[in-house]
Design a binder for this molecule. Structure first.
Ligand SMILES: Cc1cc2nc3c(=O)[nH]c(=O)nc-3n(C[C@H](O)[C@H](O)[C@H](O)COP(=O)(O)OP(=O)(O)OC[C@H]3O[C@@H](n4cnc5c(N)ncnc54)[C@H](O)[C@@H]3O)c2cc1C
Length: 457
């Protein structure tokens, strides 16, 4: 066998598998990581706002792929909670899941994250204020690394690992198959590599690939949900009392009209709205820097509604993709609309956006989100904006900007045991690619857990 352990994907899941293997192995372990994207220092999105203004559909999106995975340019909000971010606790138990997340948090701190603040919802008066207005604040501790410190942590982890682990970049894995004593993976260039154990950590960008592997190897899966919504951008002052205390507040609202659940997601105080490309589909996201010099005057967050389908329809991601495609068709990418224009039933124009008191941090196409987002979802989002206005007056201002669409694709859930192992001994699926996690903390923790399982710890 070429290696003891072969890891597919160098996102947080893959990185922390490799880290823990190196850290805890009593005997030398030969570990290789195959990553379709680039090393961290060569990950550059070509959009510069001047010559390249919109997504040009690179072969591998530098925002989503490469060392650090989808998390590399993320806001680095490291949530320590079982309430959201994945269902790792359903496999490993609640206590252990939290312990693993805290362990990774400790590693982040010793690799450049020291001095960053840990926020907590415990004992917060904001919880009571939310409840008084039909809003529910979820419990969590959140470490805000920020895009800049998150990058430093990744740089340091790479420096520590690069001489102990063999990294292969621009090396997409084509297929995986079981062989005598282990696994063989075929690479894009036609060559093959073998290993005794294989850990697949391909994230959201590898969702289609993962589906193919499960199909070929008869690994059972079940369809997951898709979250659809918008990214809201408003003056940072409007949410200051929440973001100063909690940094990120995960708030859930049950709509009166349909009793649907709408939730806030990925809050970025003084942040920037960005576009992202998943398999050629451009959606919206956001991030912010820890460094005050890079702060913007705006805060952004997503408002999302989860959609799960019952038989016979299974393709929840396909549904989300179709909605995103529609917005790409009308807007050439991400679309932006003033809240005031949306409730008046008219499109936003470049003139109306230019006159707005909120300056957009992303150059998106002014348009009409009601032509893209299903009415039921949009009604829920509008209702929640009015509910949030009660705890953060100014949220329902005419100039509040809504970018669309934000879609959170979830990988179908792979059938795994308590060690995140498939029915094939030594074949593990972790991180967002497994459908079990959807966050930096859960994905990283799943990598540590599998590394310890491999080492028999
Ligand atoms: C803009 C943005 C902001 C975010 N902000 C936050 C945040 O603040 N907090 C939070 O908790 N989460 C955040 N997330 C989500 C978080 O980044 C992911 O949950 C996390 O990165 C998942 O880790 P992972 O290792 O499972 O997968 P990924 O990070 O997606 O890594 C998977 C890697 O596998 C590679 N790969 C895929 N297929 C193949 C193949 N066939 N062969 C070889 N390599 C392959 C990909 O190129 C990728 O690098 C954000 C995501 C984005 C896009």
């Amino acid at each position: 066998m070429d290696y003891d352990v072969l890891i597919v994907g160098a996102g947080p899941g893959g990185i922390f598998t490799a880290y823990e293997l190196m850290e805890k192995a009593k005997q030398p372990v030969r570990v290789a990581v195959y990553e379709q994207g680039n090393p961290l220092d060569r990950r550059k999105c070509p959009i510069d706002g001047r010559t390249v203004k919109a997504c040009i559909g690179c072969r591998h999106c530098s925002i989503m792929s490469g060392f650090g995975g989808a998390g590399a340019f993320s806001d680095g909000k490291y949530n320590i909670t079982n309430d959201f971010g994945g269902s790792l606790h359903e496999h490993v138990g609640k206590q252990k899941a939290l312990e693993l997340m805290r362990y990774v948090d400790g590693i982040n701190l010793t690799h450049g994250g020291e001095g960053t603040r840990l926020y907590s919802t415990a004992n917060s008066a904001i919880k009571q204020m939310c409840l008084q207005h039909g809003l529910h604040l979820l419990d969590a501790q959140v470490r805000h690394l920020g895009t800049d410190i998150n990058y430093v942590v990744l740089e340091n982890l790479y420096l520590e690992l690069k001489d102990k682990v063999e990294f292969f970049f621009d090396a997409p894995v084509g297929s995986v198959r079981q062989i005598d004593g282990g696994y063989e993976v075929a690479l894009g260039d036609g060559t093959t590599v073998t290993a005794k154990q294989c850990v697949i950590s391909v994230g959201r960008s590898g969702s289609k690939w993962m589906e193919g592997v499960c199909r070929e190897m008869n690994i059972p899966t079940k369809s997951n949900r898709v979250d659809i919504g918008v990214r809201v951008e408003l003056p940072a002052e409007v949410f200051r009392h929440l973001t100063d205390e909690l940094y990120e507040s995960k708030i859930i609202y049950r709509t009166e009209k349909f009793e649907d659940l709408v939730r806030t997601f990925c809050m970025n105080p003084h942040g920037a709205v960005v576009s992202e490309n998943t398999n050629g589909i451009v959606t919206v996201n956001g991030h912010s820097y820890e460094d005050p010099a890079k702060h913007t005057p705006n805060t952004n967050f997503a408002l999302l509604v989860s959609k799960k389908f019952s038989e016979p329809f299974k393709d929840s991601n396909g549904y989300g993709e179709s909605i995103a495609r529609l917005s790409n068709m009308l807007g050439g990418g991400v679309m932006v609309q003033r809240f005031g224009d949306l409730v008046r039933g008219r499109r936003s124009t470049p003139g109306r956006i230019a006159e707005s008191f909120v300056t957009p941090t992303l150059a998106a196409t002014p348009g009409d989100l009601s032509l893209v987002i299903p009415k039921r979802i949009l009604d829920g989002i509008i209702e929640m904006i009015y509910a949030l206005d009660k705890i953060a007056p100014g949220t329902a201002n005419d100039d509040t900007l809504l970018y669309g669409v934000e879609v959170k694709f979830y990988n179908m859930e792979v059938k795994l045991d308590e060690n995140l192992q498939t029915q094939y001994p030594g074949l593990y699926v972790i991180g967002d690619g497994s459908g079990v996690t959807h966050s930096l903390s859960h994905a990283s923790a799943s990598g540590v857990h599998v590394a310890r399982t491999i080492l028999g710890l």
